[in-house]
Design a protein around this ligand. Sequence first.
Ligand code: ADP
Ligand code: MG
Length: 206
Amino acid sequence: MQETKEKQLIRADVFKTWQQMNDRSSVERRLQNRLFRSYEWKQSHTVAITISTTLEWDTEEIIRRAWKEGKRVAIPKCFPVTKEMCFYHYESGDTLLPLWKDMLEPISNAESFINKSDIDLIIVPGIAFDKSGYRIGYGGGYYDRYLQSFRGKSISIAAGFQLYSSIPVQPHDIPVDIIITDVCKLYQPIHKKTWEGNTSYIEDKE
Ligand SMILES: Nc1ncnc2c1ncn2[C@@H]1O[C@H](COP(=O)(O)OP(=O)(O)O)[C@@H](O)[C@H]1O
Ligand SMILES: [Mg+2]
């Protein structure tokens, strides 16, 4: 219970900064460009991603870029009773419905369903992260459930104010493989490295 409370405090803290930031679009652009330059992005064919809501980092631009690069885009539909989600193929012009909270979701049908094993990159939304890739999400645990048996790469996008030296981690929490951030010069598979560690990965040339 203590952890749940702590997670709530961190969520509130991050939301406050997110709301108040005045250089949002330049940070967003930098984060997106770093994602597009990453090895994992370049290698991916099917990208799973959410349709962002107001405060979150915009995903519309990322989706457009994916389409432009010929990638297949998968977006989730949430099932609030079981707190599980499924991904569906999303193409330009497809109708989306505001089915749950303020989230836009695909119309689910068998033809557009995308198997978890066919997704090679998942962009995981999150509010706060630690250096091991553990994340605080929106409190539904949807991604913790989905990532349990996910075998592709997982990436989250986070500005400096979303990175904490320590966040509460519970047994069901699943870390992401990589955090793309605007504060480090390198994007890092942070399971293995510290924020400042020398990595052998692509240097981010601005
Ligand atoms: N794999 C799972 N199996 C069962 N319950 C889970 C699982 N993953 C998450 N949960 C439950 O979902 C709820 C929210 O999880 P939490 O990690 O706080 O949310 P989030 O990751 O969205 O911030 C918790 O009550 C947690 O016990
Ligand atoms: Mg969690």
